[in-house]
Design a protein around this ligand. Sequence first.
Ligand SMILES: NC(=O)c1ccc[n+]([C@@H]2O[C@H](COP(=O)([O-])OP(=O)(O)OC[C@H]3O[C@@H](n4cnc5c(N)ncnc54)[C@H](O)[C@@H]3O)[C@@H](O)[C@H]2O)c1
Length: 351
Amino acid sequence: MRRVLVAGGAGFIGSHLVDRLLARADIERIVVVDNLWTGLRSNLAHTSDYRLSIVQSDTETFQSDIMFDEIYNLASPASPPWYMKEPERTISANVLGTMRLLALLAKGGTFCFTSTSEVYGDPLITPQPESYRGSVDCTGPRSSYDESKRCTEALLFEKSRVQGTNVRVARLFNVYGPRTRPDDGRAVSNFITRALVGQPIVVYGDGRQSRSWGYIDDIVEGLARLFWLTPIDHRGPVNIGNDREISVLEIARYVASLIPGSTIIHVDPVPQDPTNRRPDLTVAHQLLKGWTCWVPYEEGVRRTLQWFRDQALNSAAHQLPQILQTSPNGVAEPIVSATATSMSLAGSHSR
Ligand SMILES: NC(=O)c1ccc[n+]([C@@H]2O[C@H](COP(=O)([O-])OP(=O)(O)OC[C@H]3O[C@@H](n4cnc5c(N)ncnc54)[C@H](O)[C@@H]3O)[C@@H](O)[C@H]2O)c1
């Protein structure tokens, strides 16, 4: 029976990954380590599985008496407003967090890491294959995230080369879906939450910058196949994402079409916002037989909107207008919600 650690398991993607892991019968214990920086305790509130324990801790300082057969490290903010606000903490979460967690990997265990398409920076080729070395500004405003992911990849592949550690690295492209924080700050959730509270949808620049929007269920299916379902003899990162490239403006217009009375405004472009993003999925399709992104963005956005509407029927919903503070230029800025800070340290070993 396997002992599993999921760092960042109270986050958006991490909590969905935990759901998938809990469906496995060969796991005796799953420990979620999460400091609730951007994650929410409520993301795991639906499960009462006795095998799951949640520890509120930074990964960098997490202590454990047991070693783990499988470690999934997702502990890092993924949204630019959050990581740009605390760059040092972001670098620490990725690099130092991974170094600490590697020390807890049992002999012969597997270490899995969610890297990002941001390692390609503002790409000069499209689509981006894993072999593309990227166009990243190591002194730019996004560098804490981009470079700490690149450094962590270096750390893991060097552990693999020098010590034979079994590592699997997914480079995720834009992921969206239920359990994104309302104040997350990324496009799909931002457009939906603002439109739901009657605020204009904010598009940075002309909105022609494109992204590849992967619905959470498809992405978690890809992660499950890469991380544990498929015997893989492959050294190197694997792109996981949707290769249908859609402009930010098209998404904004689609959200607006679903929420009567919505308006769209344009504000200044974000510095160094990548102009395009599209995964080359050749490697993923070779390794993960039959996997693809099945959910078209129209369906995924509708499901995400429905989830936010459902949230609006419970207490958290009434916080939406408060959570979305608006800065002078009309851009939603994240603040830490009461829910995020309410889990006490005394209750850190709770389920
Ligand atoms: N969502 C995307 O579009 C996307 C794209 C590319 C890569 N990724 C990667 O996937 C992972 C998960 O992303 P997400 O969208 O779920 O983000 P998220 O912010 O919802 O989840 C991250 C989780 O990690 C926790 N965390 C952060 N630093 C920590 C630390 N030092 N110690 C313990 N816990 C910590 C947060 O509290 C949160 O629960 C991240 O590593 C991110 O870089 C996400």
